[in-house]
Design a protein around this ligand. Sequence first.
Ligand code: C2E
Ligand code: CA
Ligand code: CA
Ligand code: CA
Length: 277
Amino acid sequence: AKAAGRNQIKFFDPVMQDSLTARAALESELHVALKQEQFLLLYQPQTGRDGQVLGAEALVRWRHPQEGLISPAVFIPVAESTGQILTLGRWVLRTACEQLVAWQRSPAHAGLALSVNVSARQFHHPDFVSEVLTLLDETGAAPDRLTLELTESLFIDDLDNLVGKMKALKARGVRFSLDDFGTGYSSLSHLKRLPLDQLKIDQSFVRDLLVDPNDAAIVRTILALGKSLDLEVMAEGVETAQQREALVAHGCHLQQGYLHGYPGPADAVLEGQAGRR
Ligand code: C2E
Ligand code: CA
Ligand code: CA
Ligand code: CA
């Protein structure tokens, strides 16, 4: 009776009631948003040696009719738990491929690559590989310019299945990056088995790189790991020139962060580079 009482209290907890209502509202608004395509992609530059722009990461935003631009941190988790991420993820991938094609046709942008975030639930869908391959055919996007950013949350599931799907896409030339590296669950044996191209050092380690010796050690370790496994290593969340220099001193030339450019419209991705010259 006591336990039931506790449950009851919890169930009628006004805070929880509110958040449930808010979530349900968000879910139904997302439903409308998906129908009306109230989304857009912003593109944040990714830079190489000497800061030249090599490509960009596509980052989704929800252009809400009343609320304005909504961060993916608000709606991606909801879309993941409702399954709406499948529809949203398809839209993101198609829009990104269309942008790649637009760049391929523009002399100034022709060499640019594009990284796209893929949720675990999306990647695990049985049709994911065939959908991406079809999309590449339909749009004419160059597969070797497309990098799919995966997170360690994928590894909770069947690794053989995961490796098989990655290999099927790699056979076409698609590249893979392991996002937020160092924050999740991945063992060295995972890293060895997965056909990855890139590790992305999580921004939490970059943030305190100059002040926290532990973070500096982690960054150095990830770079050494990348070297021995023959993987590119990209640092994200680079905000200051000091962070950029410290990373370069450790041999990390692939960088992304506000220092190099904010997420913005596709046409602006080369702007920082032009400004530097
Ligand atoms: P993420 O993949 O780790 O993306 C990097 C986030 O860091 C982005 O936040 C970006 O705007 C932000 N950022 C970039 N440079 C800096 C910097 O120098 N300092 C700081 N403090 N932050 C920086 P955003 O755009 O709000 O995206 C948040 C997360 O939402 C992403 O984290 C990603 O997990 C998810 N996401 C975004 N777009 C998509 C998408 O199309 N599909 C999926 N499944 N997830 C997405
Ligand atoms: Ca990412
Ligand atoms: Ca990240
Ligand atoms: Ca720290």
